[in-house]
Every structure is written in C-alpha cells, then in structure tokens.
Design a protein around this ligand. Structure first.
Ligand SMILES: CC(C)(COP(=O)(O)OP(=O)(O)OC[C@H]1O[C@@H](n2cnc3c(N)ncnc32)[C@H](O[C@H]2O[C@H](COP(=O)(O)OP(=O)(O)OP(=O)(O)O)[C@@H](O)[C@H]2O)[C@@H]1O)[C@@H](O)C(=O)NCCC(=O)NCCS
Ligand SMILES: Nc1ncnc2[nH]cnc12
Length: 303
C-alpha cells in the first residue's frame, strides 16, 4: 500500500505549523493516555515500571523515550482536524510516517508505538473535527468523526491486498484470518473503547479504585474484546483465545475490584510471559481510553 504523502502539510510543518490552544489540549490528553498506559500495573505481558512483560528488547524507559519522540505528532494531528475538511487521513499519515522515523531513532529501531501513533493520531484529528464542526467533544462525536476520517479504510487497504508485496503483520493476518486489527477498530469508531474500555475505567473510578488499579481494570476489559493482531502475530489465534478466556474469567472474579480478581490478574502476568503474549493493541486502546476520558472532562468544563 503506497501511503500518499501530503506535501502541503510537510511544507507547513517545516515552515512553522500554527498550533491552537485546543490542539495543545487534545495533544496533551493523548500524551497523558500514553504515559498512564505504560505506567499501569498489573498489565499482563506488557511493559510497566515494574516489569518488561513478554519483551526482552524494551523497557519502561524505551516507552518514555518513544512517547516523547511522537508527542509533537499529536498536537499537529489535532490541528489538522481543526483546520481541514478533506484528505485528513493522508495528512495524518504524512505526519505519522515522519513521527515514526523519530520514534525509531528514539528507540534504537524498536517498534514500540507504531500502532498507537496511528490510533491516537486519528483520534486527535477526530477531536479536532468536533471543534471545527462546533460539536461537543464527547466519546460519541469523536467516534463518529474517526469513522468519517477512516471511511473505507479496510476496503481500500486490506480487501484489495495480494501476496505480491511485503506485507505488514496486520495485512498478513487479514489474509490469513480476516482480522482487520487497528484499521477495523478505528473505522468502526473505536467500539472497544466506547463499549468496554471507558465503561470499565469509569466503573473502577466510581468504585473508588486508585488510578493504576482503574487502568488495569480497563485493560483487562479491553482484552476480552480486542481483535489484537500483536497477540496473534506472536502466538497465533490460540494465544488470542487464551488471553480472552483469562480476561473474561478475571472480570467474572470482579477484576481489580476484588482481591480474588486482582490475584488472578497478577497470575495472568506469569501465564502471558510463558506464552509470549503481549496485548499491544489492548494497551494502545487503553491509552486512547484515557485520552478520551480526559478530553470529555476538559471540554465539559468549557460548556
Ligand atoms: C496503519 C498501520 C499502523 C497498520 O499496521 P498493520 O498493517 O501492521 O496493522 P495492524 O496489525 O492491524 O495494527 C498495527 C498495530 O496496531 C496495534 N493493534 C493491533 N491490533 C489492534 C486492534 N485490534 N485495535 C487497535 N490497535 C491494534 C498494534 O500496535 C501495538 O503493538 C505494537 C508492538 O507490538 P510488539 O509485538 O511489541 O512489536 P512488534 O514489532 O509488532 O513485534 P516484535 O518485533 O516485538 O515481535 C506497537 O506498534 C503498538 O502500537 C499493532 O502492531 C501501519 O501499517 C501503517 O500504515 N504504517 C505506515 C505509516 C503510518 O500510517 N503510521 C502512523 C500514521 S499516524
Ligand atoms: N505497555 C506496553 N507494553 C508493550 N507493548 C505496548 N504497546 C503499547 N503499550 C505497551
């Protein structure tokens, strides 16, 4: 899939792209989501301040370096949503590719957040579109704008695939299993976040859990529904089924709201590492769950 660069945007960036206060606020929420996500624990199979999960090539500081290296893209993607009506995905992709190079420099070539760059970049632009159209900045309006930005993405980028070129993990897994990964999630308007991530996060907060525990509770909820291609890429469909089965059981035990549920979630860490399971997709969706939660809080105050 040749990604269409947008020279206009790269020109503007090189000559001082003007970022508005609203775009700064949107970018700030995206970066907070990324920092909260990698700081959450327990986070079975994932990087946290206390564990490298199922990873031997990166740690907590790799993710801090990575997050700081892509932060600028969040402000720019938000402004693109505020400024433009057309070719938004092409403009975001140009910024994403540019930021991706920065990320790889900051991580010594390790892919820490390529998917998150796409997911959070589109979400930031979707929030910007709400502002442009004078819609309330809510999860439902962000979801609608994200679907509009990514309309036809699966059809255009996955359903036209052939084995004739070098495939990304996601493209290969679409051909093998029909998984649509991050493209399907964002084109459908982030259903995992709207229907599970946010409700679990807000239920945990209302229950009185600390932020780290509320984040873990939401992550486990996301693991029950996310069609996570990083898990399938690492350990096949069996690995995805294992993750879902354990996450469903953890929630049935109360998740982070009960000692029994928390004990089971801590046990999941050992099982995930033993099976090389790392739910990077669920982790990215947790980061964007926090992003949207923060955006609603901030822009509700302005109403
Ligand atoms: C647009 C792309 C990013 C699409 O990439 P791809 O064609 O590979 O499609 P997917 O596999 O569907 O998604 C890519 C990444 O998105 C995350 N993800 C997976 N499933 C879902 C889901 N259902 N919903 C949301 N997000 C999902 C996941 O990213 C995270 O995991 C990655 C780290 O995984 P890890 O296993 O640790 O590392 P790997 O390198 O994969 O393996 P190892 O080497 O360690 O063994 C990390 O990226 C996290 O963010 C999926 O990996 C891309 O194709 C694309 O078009 N890129 C070009 C430029 C571009 O558009 N960039 C961004 C623009 S803003
Ligand atoms: N905390 C984390 N650990 C591993 N992969 C991730 N991808 C996004 N966040 C991650």
């Amino acid at each position: 899939m040749g990604i269409k660069y947008c020279d206009e945007i790269m020109e503007k960036i090189n000559n001082g792209f003007c970022i508005s206060p609203d775009a700064f606020k949107i970018g700030e929420a995206a970066i907070l989501g990324m920092l909260y996500e990698v700081s959450s624990s327990p986070s079975p199979g994932l990087i946290s301040p206390y564990s490298s999960g199922s990873h031997s090539d990166m740690n907590f500081y790799t993710f801090l370096n990575s997050t700081s290296s892509i932060a600028h893209a969040m402000y720019i993607c938000a402004q693109i949503g505020i400024d433009y009506e057309d070719e938004i995905l092409e403009k975001i992709r140009s910024v994403g590719l540019w930021a991706e190079k920065n990320m790889l420099r900051a991580t010594d070539g390790i892919n820490t957040q390529r998917g998150l760059l796409f997911l959070a970049g589109v979400t930031a632009a979707a929030a910007g579109m709400c502002i442009r159209n004078r819609y309330r900045v809510t999860r439902f309006n962000i979801s609608k704008m994200a679907s509009i930005i990514c309309y036809g993405l699966v059809e255009r980028e996955l359903k036209t695939l052939s084995n004739s070129k070098k495939l990304t993990n996601g493209e290969r897994l679409f051909l093998e299993y029909g998984l649509t990964g991050v493209r399907g999630e964002i084109e459908k308007g982030l259903p995992s976040i709207i229907e599970v991530g946010l409700p679990c996060y807000e239920e945990a907060i209302s229950f009185g859990l600390s932020t780290p525990k509320a984040l873990s509770h939401s992550l486990i909820g996301l693991m029950t529904v996310v069609e996570d291609t990083t898990v399938v890429n690492r350990c096949g469909i069996e690995g995805l089924n294992k993750m879902r089965e354990m996450a469903i059981k953890a929630l049935k035990l109360g998740g982070m709201k009960t000692l029994e549920g928390e004990g089971y979630i801590n046990k999941m860490e050992d099982v995930f590492v033993a099976h090389n399971i790392s739910p990077g997709g669920a982790a990215d969706l947790l980061a964007v769950t926090v992003m949207i939660h923060e955006l609603e809080k901030h822009f509700r105050k302005d109403e």
